[in-house]
Design a protein around this ligand. Structure first.
Ligand code: PEP
Ligand code: MN
Length: 338
């Protein structure tokens, strides 16, 4: 339920309303906009009578929210959310960022070299997996704790905030200095993990599950938000369809649907969505054109030798070219379209 308050309501009237609501055991989430104050009510609101609410002089309007996601709902929070990652690095609400780096951290030279290359090309955040969710238990599983150390060394060397995937809440102490914790597609519905991440104050990059609907994805965001952490960035990374020409099918329409349904920022991963290096650039540009708040792109300094996802990894040179086009398209959109 959403209550829209009268702009000029005196404090005493607002307190009366608060008093009335306190009997229903609901949480009030206020959003203060430029001209309106909206209260999102979280909890069981079924017993609250709409007409009674409308009798309070401070109430302008009341709406029931049909969707099961509340905190993530745009009706609760009409302004887009900006997630702050580090000083001067934000995503959402008009702030666009590119996250780049290898699928997996492999060696100190590899991660530091790629970090410097992607930084020089304009990426502001570094990605690199240490705990890898591989389909086969015999495949490279990531360097785990050592991989995180190497990633943090690259952070030190370049000053770039880092994004890396968590697979178990038991590993959280190792993520102390990580800037953005990624929840991979395979863990999008690992509800116990989501609840633990809800208790953290770090931004969470929540990837869409391989075969999950937008509503299920937003319910996963809701799991994190309902525990307190509101800093969520959604990442469309392609879904399973009957198509085999690409690794997944990039659901670009998810961007536009999400912009309507939620205030959370949305970025796109064209690397996992296509699985094919030569398709990455056009899908990155398409995502920008569709209004994404950012991109996450895999880059490797020697893709042929990559221990994971080499086929979809751009070389630093290819990444630099892609970045130039992304920048041009963004500038064109800002100056000519919006
Ligand atoms: C990754 O980012 O390397 C990854 C494993 O992504 P996803 O969870 O989208 O497959
Ligand atoms: Mn990968």
């Amino acid at each position: 339920m959403v209550i829209i308050l009268n702009e000029t309501a005196p404090e005493i009237e607002v307190q009366e309303l608060e008093q009335f609501l306190s009997a229903y055991n609901v949480q009030i989430k206020p959003t203060v906009g430029e001209h309106t104050v909206i209260w999102g009510l979280i909890g069981d609101t079924s017993k609250i009578d709409l007409d009674t609410l409308l009798t309070y002089p401070c109430v302008n309007d009341v709406k029931r929210i049909q969707e099961p996601f509340k905190a993530a709902n745009r009706k609760f929070h009409p302004e887009p959310t900006t997630v702050k990652i580090a000083e001067g690095i934000e995503i959402g609400g008009g702030h666009f960022q590119v996250i780049a780096g290898p699928c997996s951290v492999e060696t100190e030279e590899q991660i530091t070299e790629v970090a410097r290359d992607v930084q020089a090309a304009g990426a502001r955040l570094l990605r690199g997996g240490a705990f890898k969710p591989r389909t086969s238990p015999y495949a490279f599983q990531g360097l785990r704790a050592e991989g995180l150390e190497l990633l943090l060394e690259a952070k030190q060397a370049t000053g770039m905030p880092v994004v890396t995937e968590i697979m178990s809440a038991a590993h959280l102490p190792l993520f102390k200095d990580v800037d953005v914790i990624q929840v991979g597609a395979r863990n999008m519905q690992n509800f116990e993990l989501l609840k633990e991440l809800g208790k953290q104050d770090k931004p969470i990059l929540l990837k869409r599950g391989l075969a999950n609907t937008i509503e299920e994805w937003l319910m996963s965001a809701e799991y994190i938000m309902s525990e307190g952490n509101q800093n969520i960035i959604l990442c469309e990374r392609g879904i399973r369809t009957f198509e085999t020409a690409t690794r997944n099918t990039l659901d670009l329409s998810a961007i536009t649907v999400l912009k309507e349904k939620t205030h959370l920022p949305v970025i796109v991963d064209p690397s996992h969505a296509t699985g094919v290096r030569r398709y990455v650039e056009s899908m990155a540009l398409a995502a920008v054109a569709a209004g994404a708040d950012g991109l996450i792109i895999e880059v490797h300094n020697n893709p042929q030798k990559a221990l994971c996802d080499g086929a979809q990894s751009l070389t630093p040179g290819q990444f630099e070219n892609t970045m130039k086009k992304v920048e041009k398209l963004r500038n064109f959109m800002i100056s000519e379209i919006f």
